[in-house]
Design a protein. Structure first.
Length: 89
């Protein structure tokens, strides 16, 4: 692990994530791979359609600069699940 970093913060129901900023940070850190995570404050431990779309967008964006997206971790209600567990990556 090179570094952990809070990239975006949002409101109770939504946060805007900019894949270009994730790519920029990965390049600045010299990363060859990344793991991203986010929380669902409402406690739903289920990847939403927007989460699916974001996971695929991040995977594509990072791949353009040869950085692998290893996983996308979802945190809710003190529990976690991952995109790899759900076959999204």
């Amino acid at each position: 692990m090179i570094e952990t970093k809070i990239m975006f913060t949002g409101m109770l129901l939504q946060t805007t994530v900019h894949p270009r900023e994730i790519v920029k940070t990965a390049l600045e850190l010299g990363a060859s791979a990344a793991i991203v995570s986010h929380n669902h404050p409402g406690g739903q431990l289920v990847f939403s359609d927007a989460d699916h779309t974001l996971t695929h967008a991040l995977k594509r964006a990072l791949a353009t600069v040869d950085v692998r997206l290893l996983d996308h971790v979802l945190v809710a209600g003190g529990k976690t699940t991952t995109a790899t567990e759900h076959g999204l990556i």
